[in-house]
Design a protein around this ligand. Structure first.
Ligand SMILES: [Zn+2]
Ligand SMILES: [Zn+2]
Length: 339
C-alpha cells in the first residue's frame, strides 16, 4: 500500500466537543491504519493525548492536524500518553523537541522504557526463554523472538517529565481531566475522564470493535489478563456520553462494550479449558486451536507471538482461578485441576 493511499483512507480531523478535537495520525503497515490524537485547546496552547509513531509521515499528519485546529506543534504545552506502545508514545519525544511540552506517563510504563527500547538484548533473551517454555517449534523461535525489533526505529526513547498516578488530575488549564489507571493491555495504561462533557478517553483499553491484545510477556506482570478484567470493571458506571478510543471510531455505550469484552474473555476461558480437556496441553498448541480472525497459518511474526502471548494470558488467569496447573518444563504443559 502506498503512503498516499494510506492517507486517503484516514478519517478527517473532527471537532468532538467545543475545544476538543480528534486528529488521526497514520500508522505504517498496520491494519489499525491510524491512531487518534485528541487535542484539548486551552488559552495557553493545546494539550494532546497520545502522539503516533516516530515517522516523518506521522509527524506531518499531526502537524497538519494541529494547523487545521488553528494551532501548531510548536505551541503544544503537554503530552499525555495513554501507554508506552509505539503508536502512542513513539512521537512524544519529537513533539517535545519541537514545543518544549511536558510528557506524562504512568510510572509502571515509564519503568519499562530502558528495558524495552534502549537495551533490548536482555529482554530478547527472556522472550526466547518464554517462547521455549510455551512450546514454540525450534525453527520458529529465532524469528519470533526478534519479531518486535522492526518496530524499534519508530519509537524515540525518551523519558517522561511527569508521572501520572491513578486518580490524579493532569494540569490541563480549563479542563477537568482525571487519570484512571487501567493496567492490562500495558502495565501502566491510563484512560482519561472528562466529567463536564462526559467523555471517556479509553486509549487501547476499550475499543469499539476489536479486543485489545492482552499478552503474557516478560514485561507484562504475572497475570495481565486478570488486571485487564479488573480494569474493565473499573470503567463501569461512569455514565459516559461518548467514548473516545485511540483506534477505530468514537462510540456510545461504554458499559455495554465492557460487558461484551468481559463475556468474550469468559468464552475464551472455556475454549482454553476445552482444549486442555481434549489433550492439547502446551500454550502453543492451545493458541493454534483458539479461534482467531484469520487462519493460524496466516498469523505470522509478531502477530503469532501476540497470539501465543494471549493464550498464555488466559492460562495464567485460569491458573490463578485455581482451575488449571502448569507442569513446568520445556515446554511446560497444562492440566486441569479436578474440583
Ligand atoms: Zn497499545
Ligand atoms: Zn494502539
Amino acid at each position: 500500500m502506498s503512503v498516499a493511499h494510506a492517507h486517503s483512507s484516514l478519517p478527517p480531523v473532527e471537532r468532538v466537543r467545543p475545544g476538543l478535537w480528534s486528529v488521526p495520525v497514520p500508522i505504517p503497515q498496520s491494519s489499525l491504519r491510524y491512531v487518534f490524537v485528541y487535542v484539548f485547546e486551552t488559552d495557553t496552547g493545546p494539550y494532546i493525548v497520545d502522539t503516533g509513531w516516530d515517522t516523518d509521515d506521522a509527524f506531518a499528519a499531526l502537524s497538519a492536524g494541529l494547523e487545521h485546529v488553528g494551532t501548531s506543534v510548536a505551541d503544544v504545552q503537554g503530552i499525555l500518553v495513554t501507554h508506552i506502545h509505539p503508536d502512542h508514545y513513539g512521537l512524544a519525544g519529537r513533539v517535545r523537541e519541537a514545543s518544549g511540552a511536558w510528557i506524562a506517563l504512568h510510572p509502571a510504563d515509564a519503568a519499562l522504557i530502558a528495558d524495552r527500547y534502549d537495551e533490548p538484548t536482555d529482554l530478547l533473551e527472556r522472550v526466547g526463554a518464554m517462547l521455549r517454555r510455551q512450546g514454540a517449534p525450534p525453527d520458529e523461535l529465532e524469528g519470533l523472538r526478534n519479531a518486535a525489533m522492526p518496530l524499534r526505529p519508530f519509537v524515540g526513547t525518551v523519558q517522561p517529565d511527569v508521572l501520572v498516578e491513578d486518580g490524579e488530575r493532569p494540569d490541563v488549564p480549563g479542563w477537568d481531566l482525571s487519570a484512571i489507571w487501567t493496567p492490562g493491555h500495558s502495565p501502566g495504561h491510563l484512560c482519561f475522564w472528562e466529567p463536564r462533557h462526559k467523555v471517556m478517553l479509553s486509549g487501547d483499553h476499550v475499543l469499539p470493535r476489536i479486543t485489545p491484545n492482552i499478552s503474557l510477556h516478560p514485561q507484562a506482570g504475572p497475570d495481565p489478563l486478570n488486571d485487564f478484567l479488573a480494569s474493565l470493571h473499573k470503567l463501569e458506571g461512569y455514565g459516559a456520553d461518548e467514548v473516545l478510543p485511540a483506534h477505530e471510531h468514537r462510540f456510545v455505550g461504554l458499559d455495554e462494550r465492557i460487558a461484551e469484552l468481559l463475556a468474550h474473555h469468559e468464552q475464551r476461558f472455556l475454549e482454553v479449558l476445552t482444549s486442555i480437556s481434549e489433550g492439547t496441553d502446551t500454550a502453543w498448541g492451545i493458541a493454534e486451536r483458539m479461534r482467531w480472525s484469520r487462519p493460524w497459518e496466516r498469523i505470522e511474526g509478531f502477530m503469532r507471538r501476540a497470539a501465543v502471548g494471549e493464550a498464555m494470558a488466559h492460562l495464567r488467569t485460569l491458573e490463578s482461578r485455581g482451575l488449571i496447573r502448569e507442569v513446568i518444563g520445556e515446554p511446560s504443559t497444562w492440566e486441569r485441576i479436578e474440583v
